[in-house]
Design a protein around this ligand. Structure first.
Ligand SMILES: Nc1ncnc2c1ncn2[C@@H]1O[C@H](COP(=O)(O)OP(=O)(O)OP(=O)(O)O)[C@@H](O)[C@H]1O
Length: 309
C-alpha cells in the first residue's frame, strides 16, 4: 500500500525551480531517504507534504488524502519535524510535551502515560524534569521528534533530524528512527549524512536542483553510479610498477595507490576482471587481495550531483 504518492510536483520562485516535476511513491512502513545538496529542494518537498506550502503544479497524496484539498485530514496523519527548533524558556521536557498533547486535544487523563511512553521511545526518560533549553542539541532533536509523535501519526516527515549532531548523538537518533520503523511508521527523512542514511533507509531518492536524479533501493542507487567499478588490488611488492601496469590496461580508467594497495576504476565485465588478475600474476606479482570495493552511497551521490552538499 502506498502511504505517499507525489506526482509531478513543481514549485517555482521567480525563475528558479525549487522543485521540477518531482514524483515519488513511498510504500507504507518504509523508511525513505531524501538526499541532495543545499538548495536541492528537500525542505520544499517536505513543507508541501506537511501542508505548509502550496505547489505551483502537481499533487501530493498522503494516506489517501490530497495535501491541497484535504489538508486537515493530512495533518492528522503526519508528524512533521522541521529543520529548526524553537526557544522554550523555562519549560520542562514534560511540560513541553504536555503543551502539544493539549494542543492536539488529547484527554488530560491519558497525557501522563502518553508522555512517559514518548520519552521512552526517544530515550529521554531520565530528562523528564529537565529544562528544555538546557538539553544538549541531540536531546532537543529527539524531543522535537517526540513532539511530532504526540498524535500517533502514521507518516513521519523528518527534515534533517541528524543535522549538527556529533557521532554519538547521531547514533542515538538513528536508533530512535529504527525503533519508529519497528512501530510500522512510514518515514521520509532528509539528510546530508549519506552513509548513515544507507544503513537506516529502505529506499533513497537523490534530488538535485529540484529534480529527482536517482531513486531506488540503496543497492540500486549505488549500482547506478557511473559505469566503472572500483577494484582493490594488493600486492606484496613493486606497487608503483603495478600502478603503471594497471594504468596501461584498456578497461582501466583511473588508478591511484593508497596504503599499500591500488584502487582501480574498471569498466570491464567479470571475465575481463579475471583476465586482469591473470595478467597481474603472469607478471610475477604475488597478489594478496583482488576484490571489488562495493561503492557506497556517498560515491553515488558525488557521482550524480558533483557536490557534497
Ligand atoms: N521562500 C523562498 N523564496 C525564494 N526562494 C526560495 C524560498 N524557499 C526556498 N527557495 C529556494 O528553493 C530552492 C530549494 O530550497 P530548499 O530549502 O527546499 O532546499 P533544501 O534541499 O532543503 O536545502 P538545504 O539542505 O540547504 O536545507 C533553493 O534554491 C532555495 O533558495
Amino acid at each position: 500500500m502506498k502511504a505517499v504518492t507525489i506526482q509531478a510536483l513543481t514549485k517555482i520562485y521567480g525563475h528558479n525551480y525549487a522543485l521540477h516535476d518531482f514524483s515519488l511513491e513511498i510504500e507504507s512502513g518504509k523508511v525513505y531517504g531524501l538526499i541532495g545538496p543545499n538548495g536541492a529542494g528537500k525542505t520544499t518537498v517536505m513543507s508541501i507534504m506537511a501542508t505548509l506550502l502550496a505547489p505551483d503544479r502537481g499533487t501530493a497524496v498522503v494516506g489517501g488524502y490530497d495535501v491541497m484539498k484535504q489538508p486537515s485530514q493530512v495533518r492528522r496523519l503526519i508528524g512533521y519535524m522541521p529543520d529548526f527548533f524553537g526557544v522554550y524558556d523555562g519549560l520542562k521536557t514534560t511540560e513541553y510535551l504536555e503543551f502539544y498533547a493539549a494542543a492536539y486535544r488529547l484527554p488530560a487523563k491519558q497525557r501522563p502515560t502518553l508522555i512517559r511512553d514518548l520519552l521512552e521511545i526517544v530515550n529521554l526518560s531520565d530528562k523528564a524534569d529537565a529544562y528544555v533549553d538546557l538539553l544538549s542539541r541531540g536531546m532537543k532533536q529527539r524531543l522535537a521528534l517526540a513532539r511530532c509523535l504526540v498524535h500517533d501519526p502514521v507518516v513521519l516527515i523528518l527534515d534533517e533530524p541528524a543535522s549538527g549532531l556529533d557521532p554519538r548523538a547521531r547514533a542515538e537518533m538513528k536508533e530512535v528512527i529504527r525503533q519508529l520503523k519497528r512501530m510500522n511508521k512510514t518515514i521520509l527523512i532528509s539528510s546530508h549524512i549519506l552513509p548513515e542514511l544507507a544503513e537506516m533507509c529502505d529506499n533513497i531518492a537523490i534530488l538535485e536542483q529540484g529534480r529527482l536524479v536517482a531513486n531506488g533501493t540503496v543497492e540500486e542507487v549505488t549500482a547506478a553510479r557511473q559505469g566503472a567499478r572500483i577494484l582493490k588490488v594488493e600486492v606484496s611488492d613493486r606497487l608503483p610498477q603495478l600502478v603503471d601496469f594497471l594504468t596501461d590496461r584498456p578497461e582501466v580508467t583511473h588508478v591511484d595507490s593508497d596504503a599499500g594497495w591500488a584502487r582501480v576504476s574498471f569498466t570491464g565485465d567479470k571475465t575481463a576482471q579475471g583476465r586482469l588478475l591473470r595478467g597481474i600474476m603472469d607478471q610475477g606479482w604475488v597478489v594478496l587481495e583482488f576484490a571489488e570495493v562495493r561503492g557506497n552511497l556517498e560515491d553515488a551521490f558525488m557521482a550524480m550531483t558533483g557536490e557534497v552538499g
